[in-house]
Design a binder for this molecule. Structure first.
Ligand SMILES: Nc1ncnc2c1ncn2[C@@H]1O[C@H](COP(=O)(O)OP(=O)(O)OP(=O)(O)O)[C@@H](O)[C@H]1O
Length: 627
């Protein structure tokens, strides 16, 4: 992902071609209209200056109204064009900007969605680049087009006035041109520094946005108030903002110094030329019209050069920024997807995990160290173990959200890496402990489990019943059409516009979402009932047990009562499988599972019998942490 320069890797020419091609694809008519108006705008000052010279020379020579009238009319037309063209150019360029924004944002998020796994989303550099790509996507291609047209406009003006100077004072062309060289270099240097500065502060900007978001987040509001974190977070946010400001201020000072000295140089050259023109007029070698056109030409050449340099610097900066967008768009998928994936038929035999080793990256310790297991079709397997032993990680590997570092996982004997991840996931219904709550209606929150059936109210209701949330949803002000949102949006005066659910109710909705998926072969339930009350948990487990019957399922729960009926229970410890077997087998073994189970069971027994049980178990009490 990172480029040698640290910001934007593609060569400038390739970036320019990509920006121009995008503009053309987004709105060809606007590109053409911008091009034509801008070229005409480049000609207007030259034509005006030359017509002024002709009028002044005519007046000095005593020409009559009839002779001067055509020049006057032409001057008027040039003035009109000069007034109207910028508005037309602005209109065309705004149209282009809007069309480009849609095209670029669409491509950017297509590229982001194209990563089948999770690793990119856990990489801070990826987030920085996407943020810069988003910023660049807002305006970089349009700035590149606008600057290129501005350069063309400047070039037309420059050519016209250079021709005028060539007639009047060829030496002045060299002086003006030489004075522009430092300006070009300085502006390009500034633009490179600007892009570098933005890349350099991007992680700080991201943190500042993160802290600012926390301060207004409904999720964080409770803890912030309970722990009195408001001032701490505000100070952190301001710290990041001040660091970003300091970097920007440094660049602003440099820009001021550079541009101040360049303006002085330009003024000195203009003063030199004016002195020469006045002395030429005094000695009679230049006419009044010549002096007028000369003054206009020096100013015109200088401003055209300044505009070309400024526009080049802007184009350069936009090209560097556009590089971030191109890198995100061209980024290879985080997991290799076969060009011709094998089809994923309904599960016939089962899912096999073969000697799987996994760590999140080379700097992290191994989470899984040689896991072997088989989930036969129609069977249920439960994963248990202390916090952080890798239960969720193994589930994510089975859903191919990551690839194993060593070993492999097979769907009916076919390595998951040979399958299309989207098709594989179409066969899996999953609910994770860190499920999502969407600010959408209740029906949509459930229906998202199978987008194609989003409007199929019967299926949505059936899934809700299975997850034990139908009564709750039906009782909401607008039933299934009630908006579930903590950030009330929509009609402010409508008290029924949005409803806040409890944690357990959200969890049941997430479960219903997982159960929406039709034809799924594997049901993954990672802590599906951790937020439920005892009665609801019992009811849901009864319902799920009936639903799971004959279906392949993978269960994770710290409440061991919820997994005791699984065909096989696998206990993970230290990244390895410590025990496996049915509940009865593991209890008879008297190992880690039996210890944990007995410890949990004690919590439900009267104090006397619990003491007895505690004397019976050999498991150290620290093992109960997190279960
Ligand atoms: N995205 C990640 N990047 C780096 N490390 C991670 C990531 N996700 C999990 N880990 C680490 O991997 C280990 C296993 O985490 P995992 O979530 O699989 O455990 P778990 O058994 O499901 O735990 P729990 O019972 O608390 O849910 C932990 O040490 C955790 O810190």
């Amino acid at each position: 992902m990172t480029s040698p320069a640290g910001y934007g890797g593609a060569a400038p020419r390739r970036r320019f071609r990509a920006a121009a091609a995008s503009a053309w694809r987004a709105h060809p008519a606007a590109v053409l209209a911008s091009g034509i108006t801008v070229l005409l705008m480049g000609l207007v000052p030259v034509v005006t200056a030359w017509l002024t010279k002709l009028v002044l020379d005519g007046l000095a020579a005593g020409a009559g109204l009839a002779e001067l009238l055509p020049y006057g009319v032409a001057l008027g037309a040039a003035g009109l064009a000069g007034a109207a063209l910028p508005a037309v150019a602005e209109y065309a360029q705004e149209q282009l900007r809007r069309a480009l924004q849609v095209l670029i944002q669409d491509r950017l998020f297509q590229a982001v969605n194209a990563h089948p796994g999770l690793s990119r989303f856990e990489n801070p550099a990826f987030h920085d680049r996407v943020r810069l790509a988003q910023e660049a996507g807002q305006n970089a291609p349009q700035r590149i087009v606008r600057s290129s047209l501005g350069i063309a406009q400047g070039a037309v003006t420059l050519a016209g006035f250079t021709a005028a100077l060539a007639v009047l004072a060829p030496g002045m062309i060299v002086v003006v041109a030489l004075s522009a060289i430092p300006s070009v270099r300085a502006q390009l240097d500034l633009s490179r520094r600007r892009a570098g500065m933005m890349w350099g502060v991007s992680s700080r900007s991201r943190r500042q946005i993160f802290f600012a978001g926390l301060l207004t987040s409904p999720d964080a509001a409770k803890e912030i108030r309970l722990f009195g974190l408001g001032d701490f977070l505000r100070a952190r946010m301001l710290g990041e903002l001040r660091a970003v400001n300091a970097a920007e201020q440094g660049l602003a000072r440099r820009t001021l110094r550079t541009q101040g000295s360049l303006s002085l140089l330009g003024a000195a050259v203009a003063a030199l030329g004016l002195l020469w023109a006045i002395s030429g007029a005094a000695s009679g070698t230049l006419s009044v019209g010549d002096v007028a056109v000369f003054v206009a030409a020096v100013a015109g050449v200088q401003s055209a050069l300044a505009s070309i340099v400024g526009q080049s610097a802007d184009a350069h900066n936009a090209l560097l920024m556009f590089g971030h967008y191109l890198e995100v768009v061209a980024d290879a998928p985080d997991l290799p997807v076969p060009r011709h994936p094998r089809p994923v038929p309904a599960l016939r035999e089962g899912i096999e995990v073969r000697d799987v080793w996994f760590r999140y990256d080379d700097a992290h310790p191994w989470v899984l160290r040689g896991i072997d297991l088989f989930i036969p079709r129609g069977g249920s397997l439960a994963l248990v173990g202390l916090n952080g032993v890798g239960k969720s990680t193994l589930v994510k590997l089975i859903c191919r959200l990551y690839d194993p570092v060593r070993g492999s996982i097979h769907w009916d004997g076919v390595d998951l890496r040979e399958l299309d991840p989207a098709e594989l996931r179409g066969r899996i219904g999953a609910v994770f402990q860190d499920y999502m709550s969407y600010d959408l209606t209740a029906a949509e929150n459930i229906g998202l489990g199978d987008v194609a059936a989003l409007d199929d109210r019967d299926r949505v209701e059936a899934a809700a019943r299975l997850a034990g949330v139908h009564e709750t949803v039906a009782g909401l002000p607008r039933g299934y059409d009630t908006l579930l949102s903590r950030i009330f949006f929509g009609d402010r005066d409508d008290p029924e516009a949005g409803v806040v659910l409890s944690g357990g109710q959200w969890q049941r909705l997430a479960l219903a979402r997982a159960l929406m998926r039709k034809g799924r072969d594997l049901l993954v339930l990672d802590e599906p009932s951790s937020g439920l009350d005892a009665q609801a948990e019992h009811a849901i487990h009864q319902s799920l047990r009936r639903h799971r019957a004959g279906r392949t399922s993978l269960l994770i729960s710290h409440r061991l009562g919820a997994v005791r009926e699984a065909d096989v229970i696998v206990v993970l410890a230290g990244g390895r499988i410590a025990e496996r077997g049915s509940h009865a087998e593991l209890m008879a073994l008297g190992g880690e599972y039996a210890g944990l189970f007995t410890l949990q069971a004690q919590g439900y027994e009267p104090a006397d019998s619990a003491e007895g049980a505690s004397r019976r178990t050999t498991t150290p009490s620290t093992r109960s942490k997190g279960t």
